[in-house]
Design a protein around this ligand. Structure first.
Ligand code: SF4
Length: 96
């Protein structure tokens, strides 16, 4: 995990969602000031890569998880990391 400075310029960092931890609670989407997240159904590729535990969690929570709708708008404020009850989010360099 990288160590961004608070309020970086957008386009340098973006959230990484751990598919085996995310339960789609939407806390990240609610706290993000820049509307980086959307909550939607797991795509097939992500579903097929889940661990057994991740598959059970996805089943229990309707197969919905956090995805990045606007990753370029992330300012690395870390509010989503603090808000996630599953500790499913970290920041990484934005790959574009
Ligand atoms: S670090 Fe801040 S700006 Fe970036 S996705 Fe999380 S809440 Fe949004």
């Amino acid at each position: 995990m990288m160590a961004p400075t608070c309020r970086e310029v957008p386009g340098k960092f973006a959230p990484i969602v751990d598919r085996n931890r995310c339960e789609g609670s939407g806390a990240c989407a609610r706290v993000c000031p820049f509307k980086v997240f959307e909550i939607r159904k797991l795509v097939a590729h992500d579903r097929s890569s889940l661990s057994v535990r991740g598959t059970l969690k996805a089943w229990a929570h309707g197969g919905r998880q956090a995805y990045l709708a606007n990753p370029r708008d992330c300012h690395a404020c870390r509010l989503c990391i603090d808000a996630c009850p599953e500790k499913a989010i970290e920041l990484g360099a934005f790959a574009g």
